[in-house]
Design a protein around this ligand. Structure first.
Ligand code: HEC
Length: 202
């Protein structure tokens, strides 16, 4: 009985201590300070287990494992406009989104060890509280599978090959039509009406 009471008191004290810590605001939530080891373990384990469990029912289309060139070109265009700013690409080794986000978006330049079914699931559904968007809310499965097929091949590409395949693709419509004013490239002060013209002057 005494042991049981001691356990109850210790558990209660730990819970109260935890709540006091949470409400004190002491935990550094800024994205420029890494999680403490226990929080990192908890977040990674919850995320890894959830993705593995949810991706079990995803069937990988045969075409993704042996893509034709039309599928690769489509995936290249989509990757360049929707993913490369965070996940980088051959010849594009850094950027403010890759550097500033926490967790850092993994680099896919040298390939990925994420199996295609899980890669597709994460692309479609995103990952809460990380900056990884749920692309399935705005894009079809077919578009997303073309990206999976492309990423499987991207590590074999030189920066020149990457630029060449992206140049053959059309960019992503949703990204090009983001409701943001178009800003002239740095040093090009005269082009400040380009965006207004493209968006019908609004
Ligand atoms: C705004 C930044 C951002 C964009 C844009 C973005 N991602 Fe991510 N992505 C992330 C972050 C951050 C993570 C890390 C999430 C985590 O650690 O759980 C991530 C993780 C992933 C993962 C899991 C990789 C792994 O090793 O577990 C996949 C797959 C992925 N992204 C695919 C994509 C694809 C495909 C696109 C484009 C269609 C894309 N992402 C666009 C930020 C982004």
């Amino acid at each position: 009985m005494k042991t049981f009471l001691t356990i109850v008191i210790v558990v209660a004290l730990v819970c109260v201590g935890g709540l006091v810590y949470v409400y004190s605001g002491a935990y550094p939530v800024g994205a420029d300070v890494p999680h403490s080891a226990p929080v990192r373990w908890l977040v990674h384990t919850v995320s890894d287990r959830s993705i593995a469990a949810h991706a079990r029912s995803v069937q990988v289309p045969a075409a993704v494992l042996h893509p034709d060139s039309a599928m690769l070109v489509q995936g290249a265009g989509a990757y360049a406009s929707m993913c490369s700013m965070c996940h980088l690409a051959p010849g594009f080794d850094q950027g403010p989104l890759h550097t500033g986000l926490y967790p850092h978006p993994p680099r896919f330049t040298h390939g990925t060890d994420v199996p295609p079914a899980e890669f597709f699931w994460e692309t479609k559904h995103g990952v809460k509280d990380t900056g990884m968007p749920a692309w399935g809310r705005t894009h079809t499965d077919e578009e997303l599978w073309s990206i999976v097929a492309f990423v499987e091949q991207m590590h074999t590409m030189s920066p020149e090959q990457y630029r060449a395949i992206v140049a053959r693709a059309s960019g992503d419509k949703e990204m090009q039509e983001l409701p943001m004013p178009q800003v002239a490239p740095a040093g090009n002060q005269s082009a400040d009406t380009t965006g207004a013209a493209r968006h019908g002057g609004k």
